[in-house]
Design a protein around this ligand. Structure first.
Ligand code: R5P
Length: 301
């Protein structure tokens, strides 16, 4: 039987893109809140003996994970043979160390929570920094899709003479892959983060700049303070307003507005989180990764 795919609330449009590439049935589910705020879940499509895939991007995760957990557990209870999770954005990856005494390494706790009720996971460019691979914290099979080729295609089509700029050392892994795929230069800046919204970025040596279009590339834009600090440095160096590209447009609070008025040419994102800046579609490589994982995994007895 072909897999059945359920879109968690807010993921319907993305699931439609996947559905074309995965060759699966789109499942029906009723999900709402009881008057007391608890979650009501009813799976209306037959899942017995089938591969069940939930699509749930995990920005603002605390609002979403209980419904996801209950839906997955319900599918299991109704006889699903495997539960897969497509989470284009994977949450909690940045708390990957105990930065201050008393903190938890919540990336690991979140990983063990998801691993407990999912059989596999596909995501896009998770924030791997102090953890090198997802399987250091996830106990289920995972596949990581890289957005760099799709970002590279977008840049090649829309930007004249791009120069890719990564705002911090962590961004090198994404920025350099994008630059490689476009075949253009790449510059990596240094960042110091002093707090959630306090970010400083190193000066930029613009002496070697030969009139290219600066394109800032980062994996996550949350408060946008990293991007804004980098935009400021480009301005100070006398460079043109940059195009800002983010894989995951989290944009917390007023971040999108704050970045929009910081002196940028354009803001573009991948569709891992629904946002007006979505211009780069990563559904197809996600679908390919999910199909590959389902083929290689053993069937649970
Ligand atoms: C962290 O190093 C990431 O790669 C991003 O640079 C960071 O998450 C951006 O966060 P914000 O938008 O809050 O500055």
């Amino acid at each position: 039987m072909i897999p059945i795919l359920f879109a968690m609330p807010g993921n319907e449009a993305f699931a439609m893109h996947l559905d074309r590439a995965i060759s699966c049935e789109v499942g029906q589910m009723e999900m709402r809140r009881f008057p007391d705020g608890e979650t009501y879940v009813r799976i209306l499509s037959p899942v017995h003996g089938r591969d069940v895939i939930f699509v749930c991007t995990l920005d603002r995760p605390d609002e979403k994970v209980m419904s996801l957990y209950l839906a997955a557990r319900t599918a299991c209870e109704l006889g699903a043979r495997r539960i897969g999770l497509i989470a284009p954005y994977l949450a909690y990856m940045r708390q990957d160390a105990r930065f201050k005494e008393g903190e938890g390494i919540t990336s690991a706790h979140f990983a063990s929570f998801l691993s407990d009720f999912c059989d596999w996971l596909v995501t896009v460019d998770p924030h791997l920094h102090r953890h090198n691979k997802l399987n250091e914290i996830y106990s289920i099979p995972t596949k990581v899709v890289h957005a760099a080729p799709a970002i590279g295609d977008w840049i090649a089509e829309h930007v004249e003479q791009p120069v890719i700029i990564g705002p911090d050392a962590e961004s090198e892994q994404w920025a350099s892959k994008v630059a490689q795929s476009v075949g253009c230069p790449c510059v990596i800046l240094d960042k110091t983060r002093r707090g959630d919204r306090e970010v400083e970025v190193s000066d930029l040596d613009a002496s070697a700049w030969k009139g290219g279009t600066p394109v800032l590339v980062d994996d996550i834009t949350s408060t946008a303070q990293t991007m804004i600090a980098a935009v400021r440095k480009l301005k100070e160096a006398g460079l043109p307003s940059p195009i800002c590209i983010t894989v995951h447009p989290v944009f917390a609070g007023t971040a999108y507005h704050d970045l929009s008025v910081a002196g940028v040419e354009k803001i573009v994102s991948c569709n891992t989180i629904v946002h007006p800046t979505n211009q780069i579609d990563v559904a197809e490589p996600i679908a390919v990764a999910a199909v590959e994982l389902m083929h290689i995994l053993p069937i649970n007895s």
